[in-house]
Design a binder for this molecule. Sequence first.
Ligand code: C5P
Length: 284
Amino acid sequence: MPTELAPAKVNLYLHVTGRRADGYHLLDSLAVFGPAADALALAPADDLSLALDGPFGAALAAEPDNLVLRAARALAAAVGVPARAAMVLTKRLPVASGIGGGSADAAAALRGLDRLWGLGLGEGRLAEVAAPLGADIPVCLASRPARMQGVGEVLLPAPALPRCGLLLVNPGVALPTPAVFKARQGGFTPPAELPAAWPDAAGMARDLAGLRNDLEPPAITLCPVIAEVLAALRALPGCLLARMSGSGATCFGLFADAAAAQSAARLLPSGWWREAGGLYGGAA
Ligand code: C5P
């Protein structure tokens, strides 16, 4: 069965730069992908179905409002074809955890159905279908490093990234994105100034250290264990930077390479979900 990977989205920084009249927040963020991924298998069928599998499959219900099914119906409606496919989602990413899971799955569905239904729409047209479904879906469609602005729908080129490793850690607490935005206090942060390229992971970490995730303080207020995860990451040998991704609770450590991230992962307290490796599509 053809399978689309839905890699985790990691926000290396996230500045809340403003707020739209409809309440959505304007952002400036650098998104990268990896090292963990969900997988969506798609096969021809007479109707539309979604089965759930994998370690976090039970945490999700294959209900009509599941983002994968909503994306499939939205795509079928946009192009005027019947919504027919049997899909199986292997859920390896924790749910509601700041690494794009639902958006990555919806993006994988759009990519896979574009192919299964022979539509040939490509990323640009799929992004138009995706945008109303979730702010992170456009960046997840491409699944390559990108700078996100607007509410997430404006994608700009990312600086050229060096070889590096990521360690993702989630303490097992689901954090709803709207609650985190709501708990945010204070003003807005200007967009970051980024170089055209980072020659090595240490240089990238130094620059990123001067930036922030504006959602980290409100997320810690709602879920104090995030502060423990960040402290544990910072104490690991070789950890160049530790920060929360998206609206949390998943945090990441940045390392010189995949091997350094993988050895550090073994030193973390047991009980927290973790995944280590290189960037999706990048050198390890
Ligand atoms: O679009 P998505 O489903 O990821 O967003 C979930 C919620 O997070 C939105 O309903 C909104 O409350 C908040 N949000 C926001 N600004 C963004 C993205 C999300 O306020 N740019």
